[in-house]
Design a protein around this ligand. Structure first.
Ligand code: AMP
Ligand code: MG
Length: 500
């Protein structure tokens, strides 16, 4: 049945409205995707397509051709964006989209402008020695984890589609090739500003900053110094974002400045992973040999990256360089305080506090120290604590999360004593805690199992099941109880790979 809305929709898949293309020409390179042999649509994210106002019927019919890059939809003006980046602390003046191609932008149902980008769509002028392609495993990984982040309520780029190309890609072995369609508030990164700053292009920096303000921070147009206000706003969004990462045990894995957005969305789900047992020094990425991007280092790395953004923005902040530095320094210092406040507030929620007291940090830290010493699973600890808040009978289940259950007694006393001064009634507290503490996260071993079944056997059922469970991470879902479990020792995944 066709609804009135569908009838009025134009006969094209996307109503593109491309604004990045109107920026100066050195910001990008026009580049069409490279055709693939035999595209096959693995998955189309229908709710997201609807949110974007796309024509779902056309996408269902032509999705394999469109999302592989074989068919350029009407209105698309494909381009690869230029950017620089600090990779593991070393500046690379020219990175850019080496395998990603922006098809164009659409205005979604909420009036927000969103980028639609194909990742793995062939070589571009920025490919250096890369083949411009993506393998199936990393495509499924990004699909699962970015959608899980969204369902957890954490700003992230989205997954619109995944296709198989019917071609092999050469990595250590030959792997099935795939293309991932990413949707982002925009793909502008800290590294995009660095690229213009490195080229001494002050007009370009201003054009990009003006564009970003209009697109992501229109409320700042009226600020006394909009560029300083922009810097502060980006720092605030990143402080809030990284606090959220820590609260769900997320480790990004490759927080280079080219992988940090200006919009405040999590981007680039290469070697990222969620930790099981709590250990602040957890690192999964095979290429992060010195643990630069370990779980607990993320807030500090965020600050380091934002300092690089501040450097690029200096000429806009004040004509007097010393004054500009002084202003930028005040903001980067405030980022640290802001992060801490955001993190503490979120952690209060995770242990069931609706009020604030000076000693709360200590209560939180002593739980974390106990979890670390006792090898407790991060996600299960907080989920079971949520149950305990509403039902004193749940104590043994909570305590069993720790290697020595009896070791929890002292902390539980401390917690209950603090709760006695918190206004919430137990049932409300337990309900609020369940909304703050997910039951389901994309556990590494589950993600790997889903990828393995798809890559080895062409079986996408585990991928689909994971997407289903992770779309409601805060609900009980008894049929999927096994997905809450940490890995058995033989299932543990210790390393993740970039997959480039
Ligand atoms: P990433 O580590 O995914 O953030 O990528 C870092 C840089 O390498 C970016 O400029 C990517 O576009 C580029 N890159 C990654 N993989 C490939 C590939 N297979 N072909 C071409 N460029 C790539
Ligand atoms: Mg990247």
């Amino acid at each position: 049945m066709t609804s009135a809305l569908q009838k009025n929709r134009p006969d094209t898949a996307f109503g593109f409205d491309n604004s990045y293309l109107r920026l100066p020409q050195n910001f990008f390179a026009l580049q069409a995707p490279t055709q693939v042999a035999e595209p096959w649509l693995i998955k189309l994210n229908v709710p997201l397509a609807e949110e974007l106002g796309l024509n779902v019927e056309i996408l269902k019919r032509d999705g394999a051709a469109i999302f592989s890059g074989n068919l350029i939809p009407e209105g698309a003006e494909p381009l690869a964006m230029a950017y620089s980046g600090h990779q593991f602390g070393h500046f690379v003046p020219l990175l850019g989209d080496g395998r990603a191609i922006l098809l164009g932008e659409v205005i979604d149902r909420n009036g927000q402008r969103r980028d639609i980008q194909l990742k793995g769509a062939g070589q571009t002028p920025f490919s250096r020695r890369g083949d411009g392609r993506a393998a199936l495993g990393p495509v499924l990984r990004e699909y699962i984890i970015s959608e899980a982040m969204f369902a957890l309520g954490i700003p992230a780029t989205r997954a619109l589609a995944a296709v198989l190309t019917g071609e092999g890609v050469r990595r250590e072995n030959v792997l099935p090739g795939a293309v991932f369609t990413r949707v982002a508030a925009s793909h502008i990164r800290v590294g995009t500003f660095q690229y213009l700053a490195a080229g001494g292009d002050e007009d370009g920096i201003k054009a990009l900053a003006d564009y970003v303000i209009e697109r992501h921070y229109p409320e700042l147009l009226a600020a006394e110094n909009p560029y300083l206000a922009l810097y502060e706003a980006v720092c605030n969004r990143q402080a809030a974002l990284i606090a959220r990462w820590l609260q769900v045990g997320f480790i990004h894995g490759v927080m280079n400045t080219d992988n940090m957005t200006i919009s405040g969305e999590t981007i680039d789900f290469g070697p990222c992973a969620f930790m099981d047992a709590y250990d602040p020094m957890t690192v999964f990425s095979s290429i992060d040999q010195h643990g630069r991007y370990a779980y607990a280092n993320q807030p500090g790395i965020g600050q380091w990256n934002l300092a690089r953004l501040g450097e690029a923005l200096l000429p806009l902040i004040d004509v007097d360089r010393d004054k500009a530095i002084e202003h930028a320094n005040a903001i980067i210092k405030a980022y640290g305080e802001r992060f801490h406040a955001q993190w503490l507030q979120g952690m209060r929620g995770k242990i069931g506090l609706d009020s604030a007291e000076d000693g709360d940090l200590e209560v939180i830290q002593s739980l974390l120290a106990l979890m670390q010493a006792q090898g407790a699973d991060f996600t299960l600890t907080f989920r079971r604590l949520s149950a305990l808040a509403g039902d004193p009978g749940a104590e043994s289940v909570f305590a069993a999360t720790f290697r020595e259950p009896a070791a929890t007694a002292e902390w539980l006393l401390q917690w209950r004593e603090r709760l006695s001064r918190d206004p919430q009634v137990p049932a409300d507290r337990a309900a609020a805690m369940k909304r703050a503490n997910p039951a389901f996260i994309p556990r590494n071993h589950r993600v790997e199992q889903a990828i393995e079944a798809a890559v080895q056997d062409g079986d996408f059922s585990l991928f689909e099941a994971l997407l289903t469970v992770l779309s409601h991470p805060y609900d009980e879902q008894p049929a999927f109880a096994a997905y809450m479990e940490p890995p058995k020792p033989e299932e543990r995944v210790l390393q993740t790979f970039c997959g480039t």
